[in-house]
Design a binder for this molecule. Structure first.
Ligand SMILES: C[S@@+](CC[C@H](N)C(=O)[O-])C[C@H]1O[C@@H](n2cnc3c(N)ncnc32)[C@H](O)[C@@H]1O
Length: 228
C-alpha cells in the first residue's frame, strides 16, 4: 500500500479526524502564503475555510480564485460540479464578476465509487443541504442551482459555452462525465480545472479523454487544461 493510500485509509476511519487535519493544514498554510499573496484574497479564503468546511487547501483555494478571476476575460458562463457546503463555490462567486455560475451537486453526497477509485470514498460522503448552500450564497448574483446527479442535470446548459469549469467530484465516473460534457463546450481559452488530480480515478478520466499532455498541474491536487 502506498503512503498516500495508507493516509487516505486512515482518514476514512474518522470524519472528526479528517476535519481536524484539514483545519490544521489550512492553519499551517496561511502564514506560509500570507506573506506574498493578496491579503484580501487570503482573508477571504481564511473566512471561507472557517465557515464552510471547504475541502480544498489554502494554496489550492488561491489557485482556484486566481484562475477563476482571470477567466472573466473569456466569453462564456462558469460552472462547478462538486459543491458540498459551497466553500469553493463562494470563492468562484467572488471571482466571477457578473458571469452566470451553474452549480451542480447531488447534495446527497458522492455516488458509488468504481473499481478505478481509491477505497477512501463512500457513497453519501459529503452530503449537504441545498437550502443551506443557497442561503450561504444568497448575496451573489446570477447563480443557478442544478441539484441531482450530474450529467442528468446538465440538460438546461447544453446550449451554453463556458469560460471556466471547476470539477471537484473525487471519482472516476463523475470526472469522466464532467470532461465529456464540458470540454467540448469550453470557449477558446476556456479553462477546465479539477481537484483531486492525484487520485487514480480522476487521472484516469483525463487520460481516457486524451487530455494528459495538456494538463497543467497546479498547487497540491489542483490541475487544469486550457481549451485550444
Ligand atoms: C469533495 S466534495 C466537494 C467539495 C467542495 N468543492 C469544497 O471545496 O468544499 C465532492 C462533491 O462532489 C459531489 N458529486 C460527486 N459526483 C457527483 C455527480 N455525479 N453529480 C453531482 N454531484 C456529484 C458530491 O455530492 C460532493 O458534494
Amino acid at each position: 500500500m502506498s503512503t498516500q493510500s495508507w493516509i487516505y485509509t486512515a482518514l476514512s476511519k474518522s470524519d472528526a479526524f479528517r476535519k481536524w487535519l484539514h483545519r490544521a493544514l489550512c492553519a499551517w498554510e496561511r502564514p506560509v502564503y500570507n506573506g506574498y499573496k493578496d491579503p484580501e484574497v487570503m482573508a477571504l479564503i481564511k473566512q471561507v475555510c472557517r465557515e464552510s468546511d471547504m475541502r480544498i487547501t489554502t494554496a489550492e483555494a488561491f489557485a482556484l480564485y486566481a484562475v477563476a478571476r482571470a477567466q472573466r476575460t473569456v466569453e462564456g458562463a462558469y460552472a462547478e460540479v462538486g459543491v458540498y457546503r459551497g466553500g469553493s463555490t463562494k470563492l468562484i462567486a467572488e471571482a466571477k464578476g457578473d458571469k452566470p455560475l451553474h452549480i451542480f451537486d447531488t447534495f446527497a453526497g458522492l455516488p458509488d465509487a468504481s473499481a478505478h477509485d481509491e477505497g477512501f470514498f463512500r457513497k453519501g460522503m459529503f452530503a449537504a443541504s441545498l437550502e443551506a448552500v443557497q442561503h450561504y450564497l444568497a448575496d451573489y448574483p446570477n447563480l443557478h442551482f442544478h441539484p441531482g446527479w450530474f450529467p442528468e442535470t446538465a440538460a438546461p446548459v447544453a446550449e451554453e459555452n463556458f469560460a471556466f469549469v471547476f470539477l471537484d467530484v473525487d471519482l472516476y465516473q463523475s470526472t469522466k462525465d464532467g470532461i465529456a460534457f464540458f470540454y467540448p463546450r469550453l470557449s477558446p481559452g476556456g479553462v477546465l480545472m479539477t481537484h483531486d488530480y492525484q487520485f487514480p480515478g480522476v487521472r484516469r478520466a483525463f487520460e481516457e479523454a486524451g487530455l494528459v499532455p495538456q494538463v497543467i498541474e497546479l498547487a497540491n491536487a489542483m490541475a487544469m487544461v486550457v481549451k485550444r
